[in-house]
Write a protein that binds this ligand. Structure first.
Ligand SMILES: Nc1ncnc2c1ncn2[C@@H]1O[C@H](COP(=O)(O)OP(=O)(O)OP(=O)(O)O)[C@@H](O)[C@H]1O
Ligand SMILES: Cc1ncc(CO)c(N)n1
Length: 268
């Protein structure tokens, strides 16, 4: 069987819950071959972010070239991209290698509130990266930052999704993890034609560190396999849900997910 390969371009989370670590765990669980280009090293744990050490542009370019010139990728996922220059570089490489299955997780702020993207970089993301994306997966604050729309209701999310589609994203998923006053979590997909809602029960837990990375990595894995977007989002949401539900108690703050849970729960 031909191996299916997925590349994540993202930051490292020393605590193992988010970023590159969450992505590679997800790729492994969803049976695709995972590769990485590391944009920054973060010192991070379940309590917060203790330090950020960005990679040089040369290091990022070289990592991507190593993959592009030899192994290739059936899908790529971007996470923490640190600043405007790095986003520009990643856009150049996506074009150079003609990568089409591009999942953009527009990471800006970690759950604890620490910034993972410089502010001026939001403009570059909007103008350069979004037009190259097959799907963009902002949470509600990220969708607000990218569009300037204040997002509270589902209608606000629909308006923001349309705007992000107009900016060039072929599909937009605005995730609902931040709608904390509700007992359900609804992720909203817009494919340029219609809206699809993915609804689940909200799990009341502290262990949600890395949900966004895991979700986007799962979408990328499914797209790499040739699964169509509506099913890819459904499968990704199910995978994240099970992984949150069966999280182990790790650290004393916002703990990571249990990416292996689907094996025993048997729903995947
Ligand atoms: N408490 C929860 N219960 C069930 N599902 C959840 C919960 N929190 C998040 N999810 C799911 O996890 C996925 C990620 O959503 P979320 O809005 O948390 O992303 P995020 O804010 O980008 O995450 P991150 O913490 O990695 O930045 C979505 O599919 C969402 O439905
Ligand atoms: C490295 C990294 N990427 C993304 C996130 C968002 O969850 C995080 N906390 N850390």
């Amino acid at each position: 069987m031909k191996p299916i390969k997925v590349l994540t371009i993202a930051g490292s989370d020393s605590g193992g819950g988010a970023g590159i670590q969450a992505d590679l765990k997800t790729f492994q669980e969803l049976e695709v071959f995972g590769m990485s280009a590391i944009t920054a090293i973060t010192a991070q744990n379940t309590l917060g972010l203790q330090g950020v050490y960005p990679s040089s542009l040369e290091a990022v370019a070289n990592q991507i070239d190593s993959i592009g010139t030899d192994i290739g990728a059936d899908a790529i996922k971007t996470g923490m991209l640190f600043n405007s220059e790095m986003i520009g570089l990643v856009c150049e490489k996506i074009k150079q290698y003609q990568w089409d299955n591009v999942v953009v997780d527009p990471v800006m702020i970690a759950k604890g509130g620490a910034s993972l993207l410089q502010e001026e970089a939001v403009k570059t993301m909007r103008e350069q990266l979004i037009p190259l994306s097959k799907v963009i997966t902002p949470n509600m604050p990220e969708a607000a930052a990218l569009t300037g729309i204040t997002i509270q209701s589902l209608e606000d999310r629909k308006e923001a999704a349309k705007m992000l589609h107009d900016l060039g994203a072929r599909n937009v998923v605005i995730k609902g993890g931040h709608e904390i006053n509700s007992d359900e979590v609804i992720d909203l997909l817009y494919d340029g034609t219609e809206f699809t809602m993915y609804q689940s029960r909200r799990i009341h837990t502290n262990n949600t560190h890395g949900t966004g990375c895991t979700f986007a990595a799962a979408v990328a894995s499914e797209l790499a396999k040739g699964v169509e977007i509506k099913v890819a989002v459904r499968n990704a949401k199910k995978f994240v849900h099970i992984s949150i539900e069966h999280a182990m108690q790790i650290g004393s703050g916002h703990g990571p997910l249990n990416h292996a849970a689907h094996r025993t729960v048997g729903e995947q």
